[in-house]
Design a protein around this ligand. Structure first.
Ligand code: NAD
Length: 484
């Protein structure tokens, strides 16, 4: 069963920062794949605007090599590429000056949807917003897309929101968290709210705890300069992991629409109990004979930036009081693996006696690799020898259930950019959500800074510091193994 593609109408998409790393690796390949899928109509235009001096022909060469390097979808035939590139043009523009703005105004059409992707550092968001208005380019129907990081604390996030709000209404602002664009994350909502099976069990009475793991096997590589000013709490926990937590924990929204979904997510963040220092473990990876440690990859060798964080979070509401949410994320861990595991409570009484051991239902939502959903159920081990129980996975393989093409779903950027064009904000973060998330993590970051505390060192290729294991052990629980 091939996926159904509904073409979007004509649009002008301006990519500010169109020569940058994000445009090269993600935005351009994502747009190309939507073009190949037949979703971008021939009347769509993509205008890249950045500081570099070049003309549109040179930019098309740049885009061609980016797509050939980063688009790994063989289904996109090479002969599609030239057709796609024809829809691209380039303008040299200075976000902080006057260069390029009149040319940009001249290049845009009246009528089609207008979207402006701010693929530049957050320091330029305010400049771009201001000039889009000063030059009469953006109107009340225009949309802007902003990338992470959205601030580095509550105060800076508020300042960014305020800067954007001077020129754009909230319903024009699309704050990207690409985790929300992942197929499985949306499937999580379909599973929760499209079935009667899970929702009655989705609470503290039946769920023992929830684990969210986003593990990377790579270190910071060449991004040390950026990362050292950020760290795992700001770079991953405050946005991606907290967004996943919201989707797992939120009440059923009345409708699958932007206001209803985002209202429910916000309520979760506001219901989080304040973090206590003993609920948080910070780590930093050490080097091996072959690979340098984090502190050798950044300028400040005494750096106290964390590359790992584990948190025990509690949600103070009727649904979740008593069910902890354990979240961890880190670099240079055992494997690249991200998953959410909903661990249900033991059956209240075992009719099979103590010898059959402990069995639990676990619903696992795998984000990477092999996006998919798995439900662990207990059955009788086949064969003679009495009642022996064994846990087996009910694996929801999209390919088996829906046909071989069903695994070719769009990646997060493809879906999110098309949502911008369609004007659907459901999978984007609202300003108040972002601020509430900073409000929750800020006191812990401030406490580290005040105490000048150093993260605990952990071995590259491990599961993180032992203290993170103890965070669960002391509650009589343990993390699931990080494996690909
Ligand atoms: P980059 O440094 O590679 O590119 C920055 C772009 O901004 C370039 O095209 C540059 O020409 C343009 N630019 C800089 N100053 C300008 C000015 N004064 N006027 C006009 N254009 C100017 O950055 P990037 O890695 O592409 O990141 C862009 C944004 O996306 C950042 O906010 C970053 O935090 C975010 N982001 C990046 C990634 C990634 O994987 N690269 C992932 C998530 C979020």
């Amino acid at each position: 069963m091939a996926s159904r593609v509904i073409p979007v109408g004509p649009f002008d998409l301006v990519i500010f920062g169109g020569t940058g790393d994000l445009a090269r690796r993600k935005i351009l390949p994502a747009l190309f794949r939507r073009f190949c899928a037949g979703q971008m109509c021939g009347d769509a235009r993509i205008i890249s605007a950045a500081r570099a001096e070049m003309d549109s022909a040179a930019y098309r060469d740049f885009a061609r090599s980016a797509i050939l390097e980063f688009d790994d979808n063989d289904a996109c035939a090479a002969d599609n590429l030239e057709g796609f590139l024809e829809q691209l043009s380039y303008i040299t523009l200075d976000a902080r000056g006057d260069t390029g703005w009149p040319a940009l105004k001249g290049a845009l059409r009246e009528g089609p949807v207008q979207a402006f992707y701010f693929s530049v550092g957050p320091g330029l968001f305010g400049d771009l917003a201001e000039r889009l208005h000063k030059y009469g380019i953006a109107g009340p129907e225009s949309r802007i897309v902003v990338e992470k990081p959205f601030g580095r604390d509550l105060a800076s996030a508020q300042a960014l929101n305020k800067g954007l709000a001077q020129h754009f209404d909230e319903n024009q602002i699309y704050r990207i968290d690409h985790y929300l664009g992942k197929e499985t994350v949306q499937n999580l909502m379909a599973i929760r709210f499209g079935n009667t099976l899970f929702e009655p069990l989705w609470n503290a009475q039946y769920v023992d705890h929830i684990q969210i793991t986003v593990a990377e096997s790579v270190g910071v590589g060449t991004r040390g300069g950026y990362y050292d000013k950020s760290g795992a709490m700001r770079d991953m926990m405050q946005n991606h992991l907290m967004q996943l937590l919201c989707l797992i924990a939120m009440e059923p929204p009345a409708k699958f629409d932007p206001a209803a979904v985002r209202d429910e997510k916000l309520k979760v963040i506001r219901a989080l109990d304040p973090l206590e220092p003993e609920d948080v473990v910070r780590g930093q990876y050490e080097g091996t004979d072959e690979r340098p440690g984090y502190c050798d990859q950044v300028e400040n060798h005494d750096t106290r930036t964390e590359t790992f964080i584990a948190i025990k979070a509690r949600i103070g509401n009727w649904r979740w009081a008593g069910t902890p949410f354990y979240m961890r994320t880190g670099k240079r861990l055992k494997a690249r693996a991200s998953e959410i595991a909903v661990v249900f409570k033991d059956a209240p009484h075992s009719i099979f006696g103590a010898t059959t051991g402990r069995h639990r239902n676990i619903l696992t939502i795998r984000l990477q690799p092999n996006e998919g959903i798995e439900l662990g159920v207990t059955i009788k081990e086949p064969g003679p020898g009495g009642m022996r129980l064994v846990d087996v996975p009910l694996d929801m393989s999209f390919a088996e259930a829906l046909g071989p093409d069903s695994g070719d779903f769009p990646d997060a950027y493809e879906r999110l950019i098309m949502d911008v064009v369609r004007g659907d904000q459901t999978l984007f973060m609202r300003g108040d959500e972002v601020e509430a998330a900073w409000e929750w993590v800020d006191p812990i970051i401030e406490a580290w800074q005040e105490a000048d505390s150093a993260p605990i060192l952990y071995d590259s290729g491990s599961s993180g510091p032992d203290d993170a294991l103890r965070l669960m052990h002391k509650d009589g629980r343990r993390w699931r193994e990080i494996k690909t």
